[in-house]
Design a protein around this ligand. Structure first.
Ligand SMILES: Cc1cc2nc3c(=O)[nH]c(=O)nc-3n(C[C@H](O)[C@H](O)[C@H](O)COP(=O)(O)OP(=O)(O)OC[C@H]3O[C@@H](n4cnc5c(N)ncnc54)[C@H](O)[C@@H]3O)c2cc1C
Length: 417
């Protein structure tokens, strides 16, 4: 029988990083990375940025070249994991094989939330999560003239910026009253709404989509709650994702908006851990009265969780002699045309916002506070604020709202103490 080592399900950002970090941390046993997408593991962020624009090819977005996996004795298995036999510690693959494991890592990520309206299956309607999605829509985008983007989240707005740059007519439809509503302050939403309007994009807020219209099986328009029909020969749906939890749920593991893990990324089964977009974990950054469960969708979250887990599984201990819980400061970025948005921390919807710098200069930050305590920083083209924010938020930031708004106040001075 083959050696039972560490088996990782999901060869995306988090699964790849877990494999690489396990080897970096000295793990010597068998290491198998099971993924259901074809080809080598790759980065998703360029799919809506450089890869979409045609400025980066497949080699540029692959996380490592093929030789890396052989050199590090990482077995890449292109298959779908169908079930977990917890009693027998075996992962069952869809093609009938079983992989024994000493430890199993679930890094199954998330998939696109489907648009639940009539006409969703017309030709010309696309989603963007995988390289296959990107290749399919890039092939059709060239022929399109009127592009409608459904959803003004990060992927929708990044795609809209690229489509405008390529010369398409672009309409963005958003059911909420502001763009990026789940992620940023109202001030930042207003800035990005204006920026997209200045690029020539038509933005319709409060415009819920109720149906797609078509002719001869191809999309021709998008109907919204206000009775309008927005002509379209190409539609990109970006209305969020759902975590891939079914494998865990079927195996009897707890699932609640993600595979539930503890502060060490462990499930209730000591032989199974989970990480990345698929998991809900306790974060101290989300509330001031103690950790609350969150599910984050970012490269940083998946990669830092993978590193943390690799340390635990290889017995690396914190200075206290215990395995360290996962406690990295959450951060994220998004590129839209010449605007680089960087976010650090986790703000609640009602957290107060303080501006530092002038949005008209297209270089400014919004500092978010809850009960006078810094919770998050959103920066546009102002990387220094973001980098300082990562260090400030890792500790207990003493920054006051007045200091944040005073450009004469040196943020760095708080670190020196
Ligand atoms: C277009 C786009 C742009 C993005 N831009 C940014 C950005 O600018 N900044 C940022 O921080 N984040 C960005 N993200 C988000 C980021 O890519 C994700 O947060 C990150 O990839 C999560 O890593 P993960 O390993 O948890 O999941 P994924 O990278 O999604 O990997 C999960 C993998 O598991 C596979 N899988 C699932 N179930 C099974 C199974 N049963 N058997 C085998 N394989 C399975 C999936 O097919 C997938 O390949 C972007 C995402 C997209 C789609």
């Amino acid at each position: 029988m083959s050696e039972a080592g560490i088996v990782i399900v999901g060869a995306g950002q988090g699964g790849f990083q877990a494999a690489a970090s396990l080897r970096d941390s000295g793990y010597q046993g068998r290491l198998v990375l099971v993924g259901d997408e074809p080809g080598l593991p790759y980065q998703r962020p360029p799919l809506s940025k450089a890869y979409m624009k045609g400025e980066a090819g497949i080699e540029q977005i692959e996380l490592r070249a093929g030789a890396f996996y052989a050199d590090h004795r990482i077995e890449l298995v292109n298959a779908r994991a169908a079930a977990i036999d917890r009693a027998g510690q075996r992962l069952l693959l869809g093609r009938g094989e079983a992989l024994p494991y000493a430890h199993l890592i679930l890094a199954t990520g998330a998939r696109n939330r489907p648009l639940p309206v009539p006409g969703h299956d017309l030709a010309g309607v696309f989603y963007l999560r995988t390289r296959a999605d990107a290749d399919a829509l890039r092939g059709r985008l060239d022929e399109a003239r009127r592009v409608v983007v459904i959803g003004a989240g990060f992927i929708g707005l990044e795609f809209a910026a690229v489509a405008r740059a390529l010369g398409h007519e672009v309409t963005v439809l958003e059911g909420a009253s502001r763009v990026l509503a789940r992620a940023v302050s109202p001030e930042m939403s207003a800035f990005f709404a204006d920026a997209h309007a200045a690029m020539g994009t038509r933005l319709r807020l409060g415009a819920g989509v109720i149906g797609l219209q078509g002719r001869d099986g191809h999309v021709t328009g998008v109907e919204t709650t206000d009775g309008a029909v927005h002509p379209a020969d190409f539609v990109l749906v970006g209305i969020g994702v759902v975590p891939n939890v079914e494998l865990a749920a079927k195996a009897g593991l707890e699932v609640a908006n993600g595979i539930v893990v503890d502060a060490h990324l462990a499930t209730a089964d000591p032989a199974i851990s989970a990480l990345g977009d698929a998991v809900a974990y306790p974060s101290r950054f989300a509330a001031k009265d103690g950790p609350v469960m969150v599910r984050l969708e970012s490269v940083q979250n998946a990669a830092d969780q993978a590193r943390s887990l690799a340390h635990r599984l290889t017995g690396k201990l914190s200075p206290t002699g215990e395995p360290a819980p996962f406690d990295a400061v959450p951060w994220f970025w998004s590129d839209q045309a010449d605007l680089k948005l960087q976010m650090v921390g986790l703000a609640g919807a009602t957290d107060a916002a303080v501006l530092r710098g002038d949005p008209a200069s297209r270089r400014f930050s919004v500092f978010r506070f809850r009960d006078g305590v810094l919770t998050a920083i959103e920066s546009v083209n102002r990387g220094a604020d973001h980098m300082l924010g990562r260090r400030l938020l890792a500790g207990t930031p003493a920054l006051t709202p007045a200091q944040a708004g005073d450009e004469g106040f040196e943020l760095k001075s708080l670190l020196a103490r």
